[in-house]
Write a protein that binds this ligand. Structure first.
Ligand SMILES: *Cc1c(COP(=O)(O)O)cnc(C)c1O
Length: 219
């Protein structure tokens, strides 16, 4: 049962770690079951699916966009999204700022980093993040707040590889904190860890885990 799985996971993670229940591809009834068990943070990777679920479900849910986001789709989620985990370019951040302004909101985002050894498509490296944060455009943004970093480890059983990638993300977070967000308490999130590796991620100081199949079953 979803509520039992949720309780199991919730009990196995520290109270200060946010559990984002990744509900992509799952029907609204499943999300409602999790909601009734007290879950308030849900993660989706597609704009349209997230918008449809947002319309149907209680409005005190915090919606996390965890998948790649195209600039032309930002406008659909700007009115309600809680946190965008997948910012990987200045262009995307510019659009989020613009759409957030239209909604008179400040939207929280994470910078997604490329940490896996394997070829994955999305994510910044350290130099790109520095360039973004040093850009003149970034300094003008009033409707976004960068609250931390996100990353996905390699899909491998090799624990040491996964651990070193998480540790690398934590390191990136710390460097950015010192250089750009020293006095900003809001810059505090490290979104890392999924069903297969969230325990390791928490050992490496994750503050936010994105768990799908362990709660809702396979997809
Ligand atoms: C699907 C997905 C997850 C959850 O994966 P599970 O293995 O089902 O826990 C976490 N993060 C991202 C970015 C995802 O796309």
């Amino acid at each position: 049962m979803i509520s039992e799985k949720l309780a199991e996971i919730q009990n196995s993670i520290p109270a200060n770690v946010c559990l984002v229940a990744v509900s992509k591809t799952k029907p609204v009834a499943d999300l409602l079951e999790a909601y009734e068990a007290g879950q308030r943070h849900f993660g989706e990777n597609k704009v349209q699916e997230m918008s449809e679920k947002w319309e149907l479900l209680p409005k005190d849910i915090n919606w996390h966009l965890i998948g790649h986001l195209q600039t032309n789709k930002v406008k659909f989620i700007a009115p309600f999204v809680h946190l965008i985990h997948s910012v990987d370019s200045l262009k995307l951040l510019t659009e989020i700022n613009k759409q957030a302004a239209k909604c008179q909101r400040v939207i929280s985002v994470l910078l997604q980093f490329y940490i896996a050894k394997e070829e994955t498509k999305f994510g910044l490296d350290y130099e790109e993040a520095i360039a973004l944060l040093n850009s003149e455009e970034y300094k003008t943004f009033k409707n976004i707040q960068i609250v931390g970093v996100m990353g996905m480890a390699s899909f491998t059983d090799d624990e040491e590889t996964v651990r070193s990638e998480f540790s690398q993300l934590k390191e990136l977070f710390s460097k950015l904190k010192v250089s750009f967000f020293k006095n900003d308490d809001f810059f505090r999130e490290i979104s890392m860890g999924m069903s297969g590796d969230y325990r390791l991620a928490i050992e490496e100081e994750s503050t936010m885990v994105r768990v799908g199949s362990s709660i809702f079953g396979g997809r």
